[in-house]
Design a protein around this ligand. Structure first.
Ligand SMILES: Cc1ncc(C[n+]2csc(CCOP(=O)(O)OP(=O)(O)O)c2C)c(N)n1
Ligand SMILES: [Mg+2]
Length: 807
């Protein structure tokens, strides 16, 4: 029976059971499925009566999920979607009360461990970390990676979760990491709706899993619809397993094992899962289980009714083939229980779920009611002195089940209304408000990053060491030395990407390292940016330290969905219950042509909050950043300068040990006349321009931002402005891109406006992409000429007599 106790182990092999045990299992299964259905029915009602905002449930998918839960063992992983509540109950990863806690947006992490009320209901997750940020023993628990709403988004991460098992099994150096894997025996279970298999990401992930031969078991819950749109608009031949037949493995040709089974046939489902997962777990062959004839009795979600788009025939068929109805018929015909005995289970189940619902509601409202009483006592004390506050008090009193925002809003209104009547009561209310503000900040605004003692933000800069003998070499060789050192120290570091293995990446940062460390650590991938990021994400969630390479910055857009929706939100959406300390490596800013010269940094700044953004100007700096990031436990994107791999740099004596602190700017050139802030490839031009300007009597202070998330934590740009009183920001992004981000930070957060005596300016690329050829580049991106003239103009405005007009 499921109750509030978690981690019940429902995983066993049905073929090994006695009849009595089999009977018990069936009864327990029906009980879980029935309660799950009740949870869907009651949960939906809570939304329709206004107690919760949105509901999406797993009704119609119960029986298949019971079968899946039997094959799901301790140490296994799930990457699924919002229909999986029955699976989560049956495998002991979720209680019904927790399902309701999420429905009510309960922010208490003990009561809603998946997301602390941050995610809408049906977005499941287990907690992989202890509260101090250390890993739990992931082989002793069942693991569900945290769901995201974009349909099929789970597929990218699923590839990585499964790939981790392959590496743990095949790389003998990893045997000591017993808290992450037991010989790679863990299966990564994926679930997806039939309609979501229309997404490109689904096909990309299926192909990647077939190539990689990893233990990935993907179940498709096929109810013939995606909201209102039927299969004929979604899937060729209206049959996903039919069209995937080419992926079926054959003698000497590795591929998938594909299964097809009806979603209401309990016995066939149990047999299918047992067989499929055995192959997957033992042989590391990916499997696809196409579960057909699934129903959706309550409709897609609380946002609409399915009677609008399903025919009478379809609705009648769904009633007849409802998996609970079919399972019940089978139980009776197999003489496991009588109809009356089943009805008893159902009666008890209904009572149980109702009681749990009430408890979950009480959990979320009791605390707020207490806050309401505290607030009212303070508000009423002020109402005696300020007439208008009486109304505020009355309105708050009338709220039987207030939201937190209603309590806080009443308090703030009272503070505003009483602004002219200072009193001890008012002071007390303000103090109370500030205390609650902190508590609410903790509830809703924390953990964008895990922020533990392992955060890379705690890592201080260590300077590179040079001696007289330090060699001048190509920049790419500095990177190579850095990677080599780190790979030799930590066997959990792996790197992969297009052309990264055999030739050591297109610019040879990894040259020779596959030969040295083997294909399990340095390897080529197919051209598949979304699942390259997913591969890294899943690996990182299972303890690896992946460096996932996107060949060029211009192709990060192909993977932006996974970076933005999944990686960037992971810590926040689980309140640091899960992390993925992966490094995404790419190169950009400047080379040739519309897709090899992009610098869309503003796009990244706006879409990947939750990932550190590092913008090294050369390879030594990049190496320092990798060293920092590999010591920390938070995700980052590093953009190397595409045109700088063959420029000469000095090889430090400590290439794997020197570090660059995130959020620390570097002053590259001191000057008293103007502060110029830039990053990446542009800096080379800025420094050359500064030399020319010096000849004209203008001394620019040049600052390398180094990282934009975080940016200038010590506010050194402001300190520079105190001296120069003038500001110019230069980059190769579009106007209003990253330069606007930097400008806002310096003016607003750093209060830099206070020190300005000239208009702050930005110099950027043109709004179009950069055309092919050197002339196209010159007329589209800031050139040395542009930079010299811009700075000269800014200085000349203040001193028109000293500086003659250039034009
Ligand atoms: C990328 C993306 N596009 C659209 C949506 C809106 N949406 C939510 S569920 C859904 C239908 C999914 O159908 P299916 O995959 O068959 O799953 P089912 O709900 O039927 O189980 C759509 C279009 C979304 N969440 N994500
Ligand atoms: Mg569907």
């Amino acid at each position: 029976m499921i109750d509030a106790n978690k981690n019940s182990d429902n995983a066993f092999e049905t073929s090994e059971l006695t009849f009595d045990d089999f009977k018990k299992m069936v009864i327990n299964d029906y009980d879980i499925a029935f309660k799950s259905r009740q949870a869907s029915i009651l949960g939906r009602r809570e939304v329709l009566t206004g107690k919760a905002k949105f509901g999406i449930f797993g009704d119609g998918k119960e029986v298949a999920q019971l079968a899946m839960s039997k094959a799901f063992k301790v140490g296994d992983w799930r990457a699924g979607y919002y229909r999986d509540q029955t699976f989560m109950f049956a495998s002991g990863m979720l209680t019904i009360k927790e399902l309701f806690a999420q429905l009510y947006a309960n922010p208490n992490i003990e009561q809603e461990p998946a997301s602390a009320g941050r995610q809408m209901n049906g977005h499941f997750a287990t907690r992989c970390l202890n509260s101090d940020g250390s890993w739990k023993n992931l082989t002793e628990i069942k693991n569900s990676s945290s769901d995201i709403s974009p349909t099929s988004g789970q597929m990218a991460r699923l590839v990585g979760l499964a790939y981790a098992s392959k590496l743990y099994r095949q790389n003998t150096e990893l045997q000591d990491f017993k808290h992450f894997s037991v010989s790679g025996n863990e299966v990564a279970f994926g679930t997806i709706g039939n309609a979501s298999t229309s997404e490109g990401l689904f096909f990309e992930a299926i192909n990647a899993a077939g190539v990689l031969q990893i233990p990935m078991a993907i179940s498709v819950w096929d109810d013939n619809y995606g909201i209102s749109v039927p299969a004929k608009y979604q899937t060729t031949k209206e049959d996903i397993s039919e069209i995937l037949k080419g992926f079926q493995r054959e003698e000497g040709k590795p591929g998938f094992e594909i299964f097809k089974v009806k979603g209401w046939d309990y016995v066939a489902l149990c047999e299918t899962y047992e067989k499929a997962i055995k192959v997957c777990r033992e042989e590391h062959v990916p499997v696809l289980i196409h579960v057909t004839e699934v129903t959706q009795p309550l409709g897609h979600s609380t946002s609409g009714s399915h009677e609008r788009y399903k025919s009478q025939e379809r609705l009648a068929w769904e009633k007849e083939f409802d998996c609970l109805v079919k399972m019940k018929e089978w139980i009776i015909s197999s003489a496991i229980l009588t109809e009356e005995e089943i009805e008893n289970i159902e009666e008890e189940g209904k009572k149980f779920v109702k009681a749990v619902l009430r408890e979950a509601w009480a959990d979320v409202t009791t605390e707020i009611k207490k806050e309401k009483q505290e607030a009212l006592a303070l508000i009423d004390a002020i109402a005696n002195e300020v007439e208008d506050v009486k109304k505020v008090s009355l309105i708050l009193k009338s709220e039987v089940d207030p939201l937190r925002k209603e309590v806080i809003s009443a308090v703030r209104k009272t503070i505003r209304l009483s602004r002219n009547q200072p009193s001890e009561n008012r002071n007390q209310l303000i103090n109370w408000y500030h205390k609650e503000l902190e508590a609410n900040k903790e509830r809703y605004n924390t953990k964008l990053f895990s922020g533990t003692q392992l955060s890379p933000l705690n890592i201080k800069s260590i300077k590179p060491i040079y001696t007289e003998d330090s060699k001048m070499i190509d920049g790419r060789e500095v990177l190579n030395a850095c990677f080599d050192y780190n790979f030799s120290k930590n066997p959990l570091i792996v790197a992969f990407g297009e052309d990264l293995g055999n030739i050591g990446d297109v610019n040879q940062g990894f040259a020779g390292l596959q030969t040295k460390y083997g294909e399990l650590r340095v390897v080529d991938t197919g051209i598949r940016e979304m699942t390259i990021i997913g591969q890294g994400l899943g690996l990182a969630q299972r303890g690896f330290r992946p460096i996932a390479e996107i060949q060029y910055l211009d192709y990060v857009t192909f993977a932006l969905n996974i970076l933005s929706d999944d990686l960037a939100t992971l810590s926040y959406r689980t309140k640091a219950g899960q992390i993925a300390p992966m490094i995404v490596r790419t190169r950009g800013h400047r080379l040739e042509g519309i897709w090899h010269a992009g610098s869309p940094i503003g796009m990244l700044l706006n879409s990947i909050k939750g990932i550190h953004l590092c913008l090294p100007r050369n390879m030594t700096q990049a190496a320092g950043m990798y060293n920092t990031l590999l010591k920390g436990d938070e995700p980052a994107l590093v953009i190397e300068c595409l045109n700088a791999y063959r420029l000469k740099e000095r090889l430090p004596e400590n290439p794997g040990e020197f570090t660059i602190a995130l959020g620390e700017v570097e002053i590259l050139r001191e000057g008293a006349d103007i502060t110029v802030v830039s990053y990446g490839s542009t800096l080379k031009l800025v420094l050359e321009a500064a030399e020319e300007l010096a000849a004209y009597g203008i001394n620019a202070e040049v600052i390398d931002a180094q990282t934009l998330m975080p940016f200038d934590l010590a506010m050194d740009c402001r300190k520079s402005l105190e001296k120069t009183n003038k500001l110019l920001i230069i980059d190769e992004d579009v106007p209003g891109g990253a330069s606007a981000f930097i400008l806002r930070d310096i003016l607003e957060r750093q209060n830099g406006y206070y020190y300005l005596d000239a208009k702050p300016e930005t110099l950027t690329a043109k709004p179009h992409r950069t055309p092919y050829g050197s002339d196209g580049d010159y007329f589209s991106k800031p050139s040395i000429d542009d930079i010299v003239e811009k700075i000269y103009e800014i200085i000349k405005i203040e001193k028109p007599t000293e500086f003659a007009p250039i034009f």
